[in-house]
Design a protein around this ligand. Structure first.
Ligand code: SF4
Ligand code: FES
Length: 358
């Protein structure tokens, strides 16, 4: 029996006013004409609730680009799904935030890029973004919605984590997620520009751990560690096909945001199948479930049900084989190559390749 998924990431659109170089969306973005319509998303949410999903993350791109966002939030509420809006804030007026709260929105996760406006706008590729985000944070708090501030950490903001935590507290956030960059989609294309030197990355890790203690009781700080520097990989998605599913703007259902790039993976769409059938029977979800697909050294490793061999998309990107041990693992034969690559890339970062707009 496959246990029920807990969460669903609904990528409502790939459209976004920002162009962040660490974006995990694919290089081939879904155009607007391919997006699921309102009724299709509403069916997906009803099926998700029936399947046992508890949380829906309304994401993108920028979900506020969808004029039906309020209707989609209301559908989540009607199905007793906890709704989390993952937003850049651009496109959210105070009136719209009030309407979303009235529709039943449960939580807002607002991204910021830096504590200072000039580097924040440069990273986002959008002049005035930082000021707009500050207004959105005020409106979210005024509407009584719980606010999480999310920041992707990389070379350009590693040394600003203390200022970022202070800003998140001033914004009225209850939670701050400091997530070291992970390299998928546009982020992978920009890895050499984003990756900080080892000493700075590790100094930021220590500083964030200190901030967690300093802000205890005022601001919860979640720290997503830089797994390229870890001994063992992350259990990506909590294990393939174990906890959650991603639905792309055009309705493909993926075990993770990078899975579309894995060659030969047979991905099913909500246009052709019920969500429950996809979860239990889609070849893509069954490709890396459990441990039977593993090669050595994972196949006989005592951690195989702790990290599930790491991330399949990272194995593809770094080792050229989605079935390989995640190369960031200390037991991977490719680990020394990763260390070489990191020290080379840290020398001379290229300019950002900004995410395309669709
Ligand atoms: Fe995880 Fe595989 Fe490394 Fe073991 S060998 S720690 S299962 S990635
Ligand atoms: Fe695809 Fe990690 S992002 S398995």
């Amino acid at each position: 029996m496959t246990p029920a998924p807990v969460g669903l990431l609904a990528e409502l659109t790939h459209r976004c006013p920002l162009a962040c170089p660490y974006c995990s969306n694919p290089l081939d973005l879904d155009p607007k004409r391919n997006e699921l319509d309102t009724a299709a998303w509403q069916r997906v949410f009803a099926e998700a609730a029936g399947l046992g999903v508890l949380h829906v993350h309304l994401s993108g791109g920028e979900p506020a680009a969808r004029p039906d966002l309020e209707a989609l939030v209301a559908t989540c509420a009607a199905n007793t799904l906890y709704s989390n809006l993952i937003t850049s804030g651009i496109g959210l007026s105070p009136a719209r935030i009030t309407a979303l709260a009235a529709a039943g929105l449960d939580h807002v996760q607002l991204s910021i890029q830096h504590a200072d406006a000039a580097p924040a706008d440069r990273i986002a590729g959008y002049r005035g973004a930082a000021a707009r985000k500050a207004e959105v944070a005020r409106a979210v708090v005024a509407a009584g919605l719980p606010l999480t501030v999310n920041v992707v950490l990389h070379r350009a903001n590693l040394e600003a984590v203390a200022e970022i935590a202070a800003l998140a507290e001033r914004m009225g956030a209850r939670r701050l997620e400091l997530a070291h960059a992970q390299y998928y989609g546009w982020g992978l294309a920009n890895r050499a520009a984003l990756q900080g030197p080892r000493a700075k990355v590790l100094a930021a890790v220590r500083e964030v751990e200190g901030l967690k203690a300093r802000y205890a009781g005022r601001l919860v700080i979640d720290h997503v560690l830089p797994d390229y520097f870890a001994r063992h990989p992350k259990a990506c998605m909590g294990g393939w096909g174990r906890r959650s599913l991603n639905v792309t703007p055009s309705g493909k259902v993926l075990p993770c945001h990078g899975a579309e790039r894995i060659p030969g993976l047979d991905v099913w769409s909500v246009a052709d199948h019920a969500l429950g059938d996809i979860w239990t029977s889609s070849p893509a979800f069954n490709a890396f479930r459990g441990t039977s697909w593993m090669q050595e050294p994972c196949a006989s490793c005592p951690r195989r049900e702790v990290d599930f061999g790491g991330c399949r998309c990272q194995a593809l990107a770094l080792a050229g084989d989605a079935r390989a041990t995640d190369p960031v693992c200390v037991y991977s034969p490719k680990r020394a190559e990763i260390d070489r690559l990191l020290s080379q890339e840290a020398q001379a970062p290229p300019p950002y390749r900004y995410r395309a707009r669709v």
